[in-house]
Design a binder for this molecule. Structure first.
Ligand SMILES: O=C[C@H](O)COP(=O)(O)O
Length: 262
């Protein structure tokens, strides 16, 4: 069994201007001692307008956390008003980009086909997609959550070769748990994360599946991260609200690393 290093990704969503972004990254850098990074990878996903400021700070101070974006265009350049491309994000040093977040699917009508194109665009430009999948409450209540999430995963990876899929981080985010305070139980998270890994194994082989990080997201906080990452198939978290508070996010990262609190 491959030991997977947990990843904590802070998705800031549409919060914080570039000055507030600098203050938050400085707070995390100051509060989380370097030794923790041996046991946990930490990344932040600020809005596009903040990325250049975060890059300058991370590079200038040689910080150990990485950063990325919350979305990218499926296209490399051209007449796509308002979009930001993979080459632009790569030039800004982005390590990760979230793709297929339920808020993009809901408010921007992103289909599995669009998500597939975006996953390809990210990989093409050397950026690791954090591919989000997750079911609505009614799907879970009808018992269709495994079929729904594994279906989204396989559709988003359609046509990709194994050496491309190995760049992907998967994030299971049940829509009913996002921003609601209603966190999935560790057993719920483990069930779906294990099923996603099994789907990867069926399609791309056990070695790739064992090496792939599968995160959980949805109302993750310092109070529940330890029990989530204790699950065999949960390799970290995609954190929304709690990633906007430097102290809380630092605690959460330290606990994902196995503690103690700094
Ligand atoms: O990307 C993060 C998720 O949507 C979770 O957000 P939340 O932690 O605010 O529930």
């Amino acid at each position: 069994m491959v030991a997977r290093k947990p990843l904590i990704a802070g998705n800031w969503k549409m919060n914080l201007n570039h000055l507030e972004a600098i203050a938050l990254v400085q707070k995390i850098a100051f509060s989380l001692p370097e030794k923790y990074y041996a046991k946990v990878d930490v990344t932040v996903l600020p809005p596009f307008t903040d990325i250049r400021s975060v890059q300058t700070l991370v590079d200038g101070d040689k910080l150990l956390l990485s950063y990325g974006a919350q979305d990218l265009s499926a296209n490399d350049s051209g007449a796509y008003t308002g979009d930001v491309s993979g080459p632009m994000l790569a030039k800004l040093g982005c390590t990760y980009v979230a793709v297929g977040h339920s808020e993009r699917r809901q408010y921007h009508a992103e289909t599995d086909e669009v998500v597939n194109k975006k996953v390809r665009a990210a990989i093409k430009h050397g950026i690791k997609p954090i591919l989000c999948v997750g079911e609505q409450l009614e799907v879970r209540e009808a018992g269709g959550h495994i079929e729904h999430t594994t279906g989204q995963l396989i559709a988003a990876l359609k046509g990709l070769k194994a050496d491309q899929v190995k760049e992907v981080v998967v994030a299971y985010e049940p829509v009913w748990a996002i921003g609601t305070g209603r966190v999935a139980t560790p057993a719920d998270a483990e069930e779906v994360c294990a099923a996603l890994r099994a789907a990867l194994s069926d399609k791309y082989g056990a070695e790739l599946a064992e090496a792939t990080r599968v995160l959980y997201g949805g109302s993750v906080k310092s109070g529940n991260i330890a029990e989530l990452v204790a699950c065999d198939n949960v390799d970290g978290a995609l954190v929304g609200g709690a990633s906007l508070d430097g102290e809380e996010f630092t605690k959460l990262c330290a606990l994902a690393a196995g503690g103690p609190l700094p």
